[in-house]
Structures are given as structure tokens and as C-alpha cells.
Design a protein around this ligand. Structure first.
Ligand SMILES: C[S@@+](CC[C@H](N)C(=O)[O-])C[C@H]1O[C@@H](n2cnc3c(N)ncnc32)[C@H](O)[C@@H]1O
Length: 357
């Protein structure tokens, strides 16, 4: 207790004294995952991303990050670390995207992580990706996820690999966001890893109504990306909890009229979903389009503000987003919710500590 007080009074970051395992972070983005891992007690010793907007936000809020294409990073540029983490680009696998998958160059970036794992032999490796990765097929019809697992299992000294689809709202994140987490431990450690059990209880209020009340001094509260004139017009007709289905036919643009005319053919899409204050928010995406994501404020005719989506993603209120407005939405939508990252980080620490006993 005395030690805690001394550190606190001197203004040092108390979190630093418990940091234990060194972690190299690839595809770090604005650092959503890294904040969570760091809060769990991991020590991020190296971070990398190619996108200037991600790097700018990471530096402004977290610390040093190397801006470079991962394909050009040599293994000796990455410091030794017990853990390597990487949420490789998910666009090719996203259900919302074109699903080009492994044939898309970006889909092969996971091979860069495998390359570094082979050279560095970390104790643990963590991948994060979208749900669509589970159904993605290789050219020969086999499952892409099986390829990832096979390559990781046989990388370097060999790994025991497990994966699971996790729902962020099970871990106190106020958002219905599903992500696949792949966790591997070096075979020689003999770790039987268990994914964290859900921690959300009935006492947790994760609804939009409980998180949209934001004090004036919180950064990015007033940063709102304007909607296109067409979207602005459409959403006037959408009540809280509604969607494009509430828009009278005559006010729909021709493209949406065609879909409305043959809903079965288009699998009854739920465009322009406007989640209500009594609901948990839908997935925040990098594109932040009102058509395909629940980005509309429940009762005001606008997109959520930057701070509102940051809260839905469980970013801390003192993370100040910088740069262009569309890029702020992009890096937030791309992030692993820090609270989810924290739970995963704790489970990795527990497993490694247990193996050391
Ligand atoms: C899904 S996001 C990762 C988000 C991050 N884990 C977080 O929690 O904030 C994927 C990231 O990969 C980066 N990326 C894409 N291609 C890359 C490349 N060739 N080299 C390095 N980073 C790349 C993107 O800029 C993007 O920030």
C-alpha cells in the first residue's frame, strides 16, 4: 500500500510496475489491442503499422511505433519478446467486404507474422480477425483458417494453437462485435490454454443509453463526420430502434427501391439500422457507413461522434483522436476493443505464469 502511495504521489504510472512479459505488436493500428494488453500487464516493446493515420494516433496517445510495410521488416528489427500479437488486415475476410480472401494480397499478410514467429520463436502468438475468416475458403476448397493453424502449428519450434469466436459484449464491451481470436503457445511449454469465460453480469448496463452521456471536457465529443445529403434525408424517417424499413417507399433512392421490391432476392438487408438507447450497439466498422453499420445516433439525426464510437469500442476517455475526421472513424472501427484485449492479455499472462510454476 505504501509503495502504491509513493508511486501515485510521484505521478508515475503505477501500471508500469506490474508489466511482465515483453510483447511485439504487429498491425497495431491506433492501439486498441495494445492498450488492453498493456492494461492486463503486458509490456509492449515494439509496434508497427503502415497507415499514417494509425501511426499518428498511436504516437499521440501510446508511444513509439515504426511506420513501415511489414513485408519490409527484418526479424532483427523486432526486439525479442515473449509474445507476438497481430490483427492482420481483415478487409479480405469481412462479411461486409468483397471476400477475396487468400487470393487478395492483403490476405497473405498473416504469412508475415508466421515469418517473424519462425525467426523469433516467441512463447505465445495471438492473432485477431473478423468472423468471416472462419468460412473463408482457399482456392482448392479447403478452409483458410485450417491453413493458418497448420502453418502456425509448424512454425519454428512448433505451437499448440486454439481459436475461438468471442463476442465483445460478453467481456463488458458495450457492443455486439464478434471477433476470432487465435492463441498459440510454444509446444515445449505444455500449456493447455483456455479462452476467458464471459465476465459480463446482469448488473452491467451495456446499452447505448448508459454510455452516450458524455461530459463536455472529454476529447472528440463534438467531432462528428457529416452524412451525405442522401443519407441525411433518409434518416429523418427512421425512428429510434428502426431501420430503412421505416422509410416510406417514395422517399427511397432508386437503388434501395429495387432492393425493397425484391427483398427475398437480397436476403432482407437491414440497412440504416438505428439502434435504440435500450439496445447494445452493433459493430462499429472502419467505413462507418450508415447503410451497413449501426452508426446512427439513436435520437439525433447524425452519425455517432468520434467519442461516442470510441466509447462503444471501450477506448478510455482520455485517448485523444487526431487527424482527419474520416481517419478517426477508420482507426477506431479497425480496433480491437481495449476491454476485450485486456481480458485476452490476462488469460495469456495466467497461462504463462502457470507454466512457469
Ligand atoms: C485490423 S487493423 C489492426 C487494429 C489494431 N489491432 C487495434 O486494435 O487497433 C489492421 C492494421 O493493419 C495495418 N496494415 C495493413 N497492411 C499493412 C502492412 N503491409 N504493413 C503494416 N501494417 C499494415 C492497417 O493499417 C491497419 O491499421
Amino acid at each position: 500500500m505504501l509503495l502504491f502511495l509513493i508511486f501515485t504521489l510521484k505521478g508515475w504510472n503505477i501500471v508500469n510496475i506490474k508489466h511482465k512479459y515483453n510483447t511485439a505488436s504487429l498491425f497495431s493500428g491506433a492501439g486498441g489491442l495494445d492498450i488492453g494488453l498493456s492494461n492486463a500487464g503486458l509490456n509492449i516493446v515494439w509496434a508497427n503499422d503502415i497507415l499514417p493515420a494509425a501511426v499518428e494516433n498511436y504516437r499521440h496517445n501510446i508511444g513509439e511505433i515504426i511506420q513501415k510495410d511489414i513485408t519490409t521488416v527484418e526479424a532483427d528489427e523486432v526486439p525479442d519478446a515473449e509474445i507476438i500479437v497481430g490483427g492482420f488486415p481483415c478487409q479480405p475476410f469481412s462479411n461486409a467486404g468483397k471476400r477475396l480472401g487468400p487470393e487478395d494480397d492483403r490476405g497473405n499478410l498473416y504469412l508475415e507474422i508466421i515469418r517473424l514467429v519462425k525467426e523469433k520463436n516467441p512463447k505465445s502468438v495471438v492473432f485477431e480477425n473478423v468472423r468471416g475468416i472462419l468460412s473463408m475458403k482457399n482456392k482448392d476448397g479447403s478452409l483458410f483458417i485450417d491453413t493458418v493453424i497448420y502453418l502456425l502449428s509448424n512454425a519454428g519450434y512448433g505451437y499448440d494453437v486454439k481459436y475461438k469466436l468471442l463476442k465483445a459484449s460478453d467481456y463488458k464491451v458495450p457492443q455486439n462485435r464478434y471477433r476470432v481470436i487465435i492463441v498459440a503457445f510454444r509446444k515445449d511449454l505444455n500449456i493447455n490454454y483456455q479462452f476467458p469465460d464471459p465476465i459480463t453480469t446482469t448488473d452491467d448496463d451495456l446499452t447505448l443509453g448508459s454510455i452516450l452521456n458524455i461530459p463536455d471536457n472529454v476529447p472528440n465529443k463534438k467531432d462528428v463526420w457529416k452524412l451525405s445529403p442522401q443519407s441525411q434525408e433518409l434518416i429523418q424517417y427512421i425512428p429510434e430502434g428502426g431501420s430503412w424499413k421505416n422509410v416510406p417507399y417514395e422517399h427511397l433512392p432508386d437503388r434501395l427501391k429495387r432492393i425493397r421490391d425484391d427483398m427475398k432476392k437480397y436476403h432482407s438487408p437491414n440497412f440504416y439500422r438505428r439502434f435504440g438507447r435500450n439496445e447494445i450497439a452493433g459493430t462499429i466498422t472502419a467505413a462507418a457507413t450508415p447503410e451497413n453499420s449501426g452508426i446512427l445516433h439513436p435520437i439525433e439525426n447524425r452519425r455517432f461522434s468520434v467519442r461516442e464510437i470510441a466509447r462503444i469500442q471501450s477506448f478510455p476517455d482520455d485517448y485523444e483522436f487526431v487527424g482527419s475526421i474520416s481517419n478517426m472513424y477508420k482507426v477506431i472501427g479497425n480496433a480491437v476493443p481495449p476491454l476485450l484485449g485486456e481480458v485476452i492479455g490476462k488469460s495469456i499472462i495466467d497461462a504463462l505464469e502457470h507454466a512457469e510454476k
